[in-house]
Design a protein around this ligand. Structure first.
Ligand code: SF4
Ligand code: FES
Length: 248
């Protein structure tokens, strides 16, 4: 395949960025999207030009770092996959592909296609954990009976990889789907109930402080989420928040 790539280039957080056009030949349908960018970067380095900076780590849909806006969609045109799992067979010979960083005030661009998503880390640090006494009297988690349905829903919420596609997809740059997944994975389990009140209040407060927008129920986040995190988590977080506010 021969492709035209329109890629956002930005030297650093302060510089003004712009779209640059590149022509790339010999792209194989079995390449992943990131491998296609590797080929482009090899060619740029060969010509003595700066390679395109983009985030990646596991390249198997686990770490959540490969965050690219491809033709206007976070993680591109495929469903339930991350950018590293997207294959070039989803595109056609002669296509023009527009590649941008995830855009949100709370995700400032570091360079080119790489954004700073440490706002998510700070939301996690505000309450995305449980405190367990490890003095030797710890109760084995498997000895606490949990309804199968709750265990499954908690596990589903825990599959959120913190990629930020939900924020990039949302016209309000809301982080409600991410935060609600992190609240839900604990809210559904007895181990998580101990700190549930403070957890939801602190995590929502941090989310607001970071400058993410509000949820207006467009559902774009759920459509673009590579892990299929459900909007039901947002409803659960809202219930948790209301009950915590009344207690507080
Ligand atoms: S909810 Fe989905 S889209 Fe949002 S950070 Fe988690 S995995 Fe990514
Ligand atoms: S590089 Fe880890 S999820 Fe894509």
């Amino acid at each position: 395949m021969k492709l035209t790539l329109k890629i956002w280039r930005q030297k650093n957080a302060q510089a003004k960025g712009s779209m640059q056009t590149y022509s790339l030949d010999g792209v194989d349908g079995d390449m992943s999207f990131l491998e296609m960018l590797d080929v482009l970067n090899d060619q740029l380095i060969g010509k003595g030009e700066e390679p395109v900076v983009f985030d990646h780590d596991c390249r198997e849909g686990i770490c959540g770092s490969c965050s690219l806006q491809i033709n206007g969609e976070p993680h591109g045109p495929d469903r339930l996959v991350t950018t590293c799992q997207l294959h070039m067979r989803k595109f056609n010979d002669g296509d023009t592909i527009v590649i941008e960083p995830f855009r949100a005030k709370a995700f400032p661009v570091i360079k080119d296609l790489m954004v700073d998503r440490s706002a998510f880390d700070r939301i996690q640090q505000a309450g995305g954990y449980i405190s367990v006494n490890t003095s030797g009297n710890t109760i084995d988690a498997n000895s606490i009976p949990i309804e199968k349905e709750d265990a499954d829903e908690s596990f589903n919420a825990a599959t959120c990889i913190g990629c930020g596609a939900c924020v990039a997809a949302c016209k309000n740059a809301s982080a409600m789907l991410f935060t609600s997944a992190k609240v839900s994975q604990f809210a559904l389990l007895p181990q998580g109930r101990v700190e549930a009140t403070n957890r939801v209040l602190n995590m929502v407060e941090q989310m607001d402080k970071e400058g993410f927008g509000n949820c207006t129920n467009t559902g774009a986040c759920e459509v673009e989420c590579p892990k299929g995190i459900s909007l039901e988590n947002i409803a659960r977080m809202n219930r948790e928040f209301l009950s915590a506010s009344l207690k507080g």
